[in-house]
Ligand binder design. Sequence first.
Ligand code: NAD
Length: 371
Amino acid sequence: MELNIACIAGDGIGPEIVSQARKVLDRVCAIYGHTIDYHDVLMGGCSIDVYGVPLTQETIDICKAQDAVLMGSIGGNPAVSPWYQLAPQKRPEAGLLALRKALGLFANLRPAYLFEQLQDACPLSVRNGTRSFDLVIVRELTGGLYFGERKTEIIDGVRTAVDTLRYNEKEIERVARKAFEIARVRRKKVTSVDKANVLDTSRLWRQVVHALSKEYPDVTVEDMLVDNCAMQLVNNPAQFDVILTENMFGDILSDEASMITGSIGMLPSASLNETSFGLYEPSHGSAPDIAGKNIANPIATILSAAMMLRYSFGLPAEAGAIENAVKRTLEDGIRSADLMPRDAEKKKGLRAVSCSSMGDEIAARLVSPHA
Ligand code: NAD
């Protein structure tokens, strides 16, 4: 199979982590007999430096012409970077919002799970002998409060700001359908999160989700208010399989979910449209504080590449091979700097490696299915 991939290395640690994901992808494709055609494009701060804007039409067109986009991360340190002297719509993050919109990426999938080998990194206390959990947040990405009309004006001499929260039933149904499809191949449970005791958009959300659930009788659906969900994620994350929610609630809950894994450098994400096309990127940002030092953890980007093989190319064996290689690397005690415990006692048997060595170690553990 030939894989056509647009590649946005981006800013900060982006180029370092994307090269490791490419190293692993190249190896898995060599083993399974696929070829990859990468199309490198600029987006974010690096695009501002070259073109004066964070996203060009050429980047959009090249991304649209491929089967998937692999991305590192974009943005700089707002306190020192000149990119943040620009108007908000000209800054690096505006490029990412516009690209998601242009590609119609309405569903954002963020898995959060605890690697067996990294249990100590989890900030939650041990309950019932285990801290294990494995959930996916499906967040609506191109509607709601972040895309509604907004304005700030003076009314009766008082500055007044308005943001508009709007959803129509089609926008709700298409993202809910993604959540049900994903639940179907997992543990068959969808928790739909809203604020239906207050918001009209949430009441419509519930009606649409429940009507659609009739097409998925094998999947259990439950409703949960967003404030309760924020508590339950800390109290008992193991109860969740797929959490389905709107844009702003999903933004907040997915950061909370990633923090309870204790390792921001480990979590991948996918943003999908109605077809198999998707944009795959780590959940973390561009980490300008460690950029260029070859110490970043590339695992989230490598696992994002595995998600790309599964969702955009229908290659679950190849995706599983990457996930197993990551697991075996951790089992062998290999750690990037962020995963090293502070406690000297707990460091025993572990080996700290650079970003590029982590890529080498994972690539070396990819084995042929016929081996
Ligand atoms: P961040 O995720 O970049 O960094 C937070 C902390 O985690 C830092 O201490 C960083 O060193 C560490 N960290 C993050 N990823 C790591 C990795 N792979 N390995 C080791 N340590 C890692 O968040 P931030 O500092 O709030 O944001 C920095 C920039 O990234 C900002 O410009 C922000 O807008 C941007 N950002 C981009 C995206 C994206 O590209 N989708 C997402 C979030 C933030």
